[in-house]
Write a new protein. Structure first.
Length: 118
């Protein structure tokens, strides 16, 4: 079945960096677009960044120029490099996959917690 395993989260000071990883399985990774989402307490899950199967990327305005999404099809893994972290980036981060014109899989991983605090 479809599975996502996110890792790399933790506690970081404002201005710091983290790199998240998400290992995916149960579908043909290389043909799917991949995305990172986040959910802060009391908020809805929101889209952070996407990378299409062909490699083109897109970012939410609130992370543009600070975060970078990449993928390794041989490892079936998507990454999120996060720089210049802010307290408002504190959230649980999730990854998922989707085909163009369709929504993400119904199955979600456990996510990885990012806490930005001094």
């Amino acid at each position: 079945q479809v599975q996502f395993v996110e890792s790399g989260g933790g506690l970081v000071q404002p201005g710091g960096s983290l790199r998240l990883s998400c290992a995916a399985s149960g579908f043909i990774f290389s043909i799917y677009n991949m995305a990172w989402y986040r959910q802060a307490p009391g908020n809805q899950r929101e889209l952070v960044a996407t990378i299409r199967s062909g490699g083109s990327t897109n970012y939410a305005p609130f992370v543009k120029d600070r975060f970078s999404i990449s993928r390794d099809n041989t490892k079936k893994t998507v990454y999120l490099q996060m720089n210049s972290l802010k307290p408002e980036d504190t959230a649980v981060y999730y990854c998922n996959a989707y085909l163009t014109g369709r929504g993400p899989f119904a199955s979600w991983g456990q996510g990885t917690q990012i806490t930005v605090s001094s």
